[in-house]
Every structure is written in structure tokens, then in C-alpha cells.
Design a protein around this ligand. Structure first.
Ligand SMILES: NC(=O)c1ccc[n+]([C@@H]2O[C@H](COP(=O)([O-])OP(=O)(O)OC[C@H]3O[C@@H](n4cnc5c(N)ncnc54)[C@H](OP(=O)(O)O)[C@@H]3O)[C@@H](O)[C@H]2O)c1
Length: 334
């Protein structure tokens, strides 16, 4: 069986068992999650809780759901799963609370503030025998799956080099990216996707060099990484003070695949072969994009799994280690 087939569970039930959801947090990610949930077969939103009563009410109204008074009320409800969409400094606290209340957890990226915190939360998930997954959406998009499938059937050779990055200089001053205390910075915000891509194609990073700038607020405003992995090399960047394209390139001995910007919401790719062939892939999405990872998560619950074969716990740890080591190199406290 191919690696791709071995790690991907296609939804298999024609009438899927219902999975009910609670949402913690009511910001932009929470709103996008609720929009996507409508497109997930068998999934329903039961209730929302956020410390901000006003935004919780408005999200609940938008999603035709209920806003709970407090987190205990949310976790007492008969829900299967919780989506944690607060900022990274509170992901651990809410993930643990949900797991201990018997709920499966889909937690926004970056899963935790550092790998040490992640290991502790994964241990709680293990003890509770519940599913925990970091919400890295890219590999669940149809285009990413199509690239995997295509490169398996018509390879460009082993992918041995990955180049990916994104920098955006117009992030508003009020955006959480500027707040060190809640887990901000370019690496935690967008660098997590670049680290994912490198780990996904090249395996665990064995050596990391990071250079960059730390701004007045103490967060990394630009970071450039060279990483050496089990199967190759990567060049990654992320930033809040330059404007750089968000494309990615996967390079093998027989050709390369470009994933066009913004590659972490992948829609379009060109594969060029050394023999002159060019393949164009286009895979539009429905539901805004969060729905694909949510559908996968629901299917794992139905199958009784405690870990995703796509975003494995080990993969989340490998991503967190890259972010930790890069931020430590820049002198950022973890
Ligand atoms: N997958 C994606 O494409 C995607 C896109 C965007 C963001 N994200 C991720 O999603 C997470 C949230 O980002 P966002 O853009 O949605 O941020 P946001 O718009 O600022 O929303 C954050 C939400 O979390 C709440 N919150 C923050 N800290 C909290 C705490 N300690 N306790 C309780 N509630 C707290 C906020 O409440 P207040 O209003 O009271 O502060 C707000 O409701 C981040 O981890 C981010 O990296 C993922």
C-alpha cells in the first residue's frame, strides 16, 4: 500500500454518525470554523463559549447556535468534540479542560507555546484515550492531496529540497501577531505552516539555522531558516515587516512542483518535469477550507482513533521543535 493510501482515511459512511461540536473562542478562526462546519457531513455545532460575551453571542447568532455563560457549561454539554480557537498561550489550558471533560480536541495552530507544553497536553490526551489534533489545514485541502497523489503516481524523484515562506508588512498593530505574551510573532503565526511543509516532505529536522529580527514588541518581525532534515534541506521564511510572496516549491531530481500563493490554502500548482512535461493542477474549495480538516477529524472519531495519521502527534512535536529552536536562536523567550 502506498504511503499516501496508508495514511488517508476516506470518509466511508453514506450517512455518517453525527458528531456534535463546541467552540472555545469567538475570533476570526472560530468564525471560519463555524462557516466550514456547515459543509461537513454529519457535523453540527452545539454551542460556543468565549470570555468575550459580545463576540460569543454574535458568533452563536451567526452560526445559529447557543452561547454558554462559562466554559463549565460548554463542557457539560453532550458534545463529542471541542475546537480550541483562542490564542496560543491558552491552547494548553483549554485543551486539557476539554480532554478531562471527555471531549476530543481539535486545537488551532501553533498547538502550544513550545514543545514542552505540547508533550504535556499529548500525555493528557493519551491518558484520557481521546483524539487530539493540531489544526493544520493545508494537507486536507483537495489540491494538497492531489499533489501527493500525483507525485506518487508520476514522481519528480524524491523531494529533497523545500522552499516556502510568507511575509506581510501590513498586519494591523492590534493583531495578536504583535503580542509576545499570547504567542505572537511571524514564526508562530505563519512560520508554523512553513515548518509543517518541510517536515511533511523531508522528515524531522536534524539541524536548524535561524537568522532574523526581533521588533520593539519582542516578537520576531522577520525570520529566515535553513533546516536540514532526514531526507533533505529547506529554506523557510516568515515576517511581519516585509511583503513577500506566499508560494512554495518542492524540488526533486526529475522536476519540481510550485504551489502558488497562498500555498497553505493551496488551490493551484504547476509540476514541471525534466523531460519537458508540465502538469497544471487546480482544485477549488468549498466551505472556506477549514471544513476539510474537520471532516477528517470527525471521521477519526467515528473510527475510534486517538491520533491523526496525517497530522500525527510526532509531526506536531517536530514542527514545535523547529519553532522553538528558531525562536531561541533569535533570543525570544519561549
Ligand atoms: N487555521 C487558520 O487558517 C487560522 C487562521 C487564523 C488564526 N488561526 C489560529 O487561530 C487562533 C486564534 O486566532 P484568531 O485570528 O481567531 O484570533 P482572534 O481573532 O484574536 O480571536 C481569538 C479569540 O480567542 C479569545 N481568547 C484569547 N485569549 C483567550 C484566553 N486566554 N481565554 C479565553 N479566550 C481567549 C479572544 O477573546 P477576546 O476577544 O476576549 O480577546 C477571541 O475570542 C490562533 O492560534 C491562530 O494562530 C488559524
Amino acid at each position: 500500500m502506498s504511503t499516501f493510501a496508508a495514511t488517508w482515511h476516506e470518509p466511508h459512511e453514506s450517512v455518517p454518525r453525527p458528531i456534535t461540536w463546541g467552540v472555545i473562542g469567538s475570533g476570526s478562526a472560530a468564525s471560519r470554523f463555524c462557516t466550514g462546519l456547515v459543509c461537513v457531513p454529519g457535523a453540527t455545532l452545539d454551542a460556543v463559549w468565549s470570555r468575550n460575551r459580545k463576540t460569543a453571542n454574535s458568533l452563536a447568532e451567526q452560526a445559529e447556535s447557543t452561547a454558554c455563560e462559562n466554559i463549565e457549561d460548554l463542557l457539560r454539554r453532550p458534545i463529542d468534540a471541542v475546537y480550541v480557537s483562542t490564542l496560543p498561550d491558552s491552547h494548553a489550558q483549554y485543551s486539557v479542560a476539554a480532554l478531562k471533560a471527555g471531549k476530543h480536541v481539535l486545537c488551532e495552530k501553533p498547538a502550544m507555546l513550545n514543545v514542552e507544553q505540547l508533550v504535556k497536553v499529548l500525555e493528557v490526551a493519551r491518558q484520557c484515550n481521546l483524539l487530539f489534533m493540531e489544526a493544520i489545514k493545508s494537507p486536507f485541502y483537495p489540491l494538497y492531496r492531489q499533489i501527493r497523489r500525483h507525485l506518487h503516481e508520476d514522481p519528480i524523484g524524491d523531494v529533497r529540497f523545500v522552499r516556502a515562506g510568507y511575509a506581510r508588512a501590513d498586519v494591523p498593530a492590534t493583531h495578536p501577531s504583535w503580542r509576545l505574551d499570547t504567542g505572537g510573532g511571524g514564526l508562530m503565526g505563519i512560520g508554523v505552516y512553513q515548518a509543517f511543509l518541510a517536515v511533511d516532505w523531508l522528515g524531522e529536522a536534524q539541524s536548524i539555522q535561524a537568522f532574523g529580527r526581533v521588533g520593539r514588541d519582542g516578537v520576531d518581525t522577520f525570520a529566515s531558516l535553513q533546516t536540514q532534515h532526514a531526507n533533505g534541506l529547506a529554506q523557510l521564511y516568515s515576517g511581519l515587516d516585509l511583503s513577500g510572496p506566499g508560494d512554495a516549491v518542492l524540488v526533486g531530481s526529475e522536476g519540481y512542483a510550485v504551489i502558488y500563493e497562498n500555498w497553505w490554502n493551496p488551490l493551484r500548482s504547476t509540476i514541471r518535469y525534466r523531460d519537458g512535461r508540465t502538469i497544471e493542477l487546480n482544485e477549488p474549495i468549498v466551505g472556506g477550507g477549514f471544513n476539510y480538516e474537520t471532516e477528517h477529524f470527525c471521521e477519526l472519531i467515528r473510527l475510534g482513533k486517538t491520533e491523526s495519521p496525517v497530522i500525527t502527534h510526532e509531526k506536531s512535536k517536530q514542527i514545535a521543535r523547529i519553532l522553538d529552536r528558531a525562536r531561541a536562536s533569535l533570543g525570544i523567550a519561549l
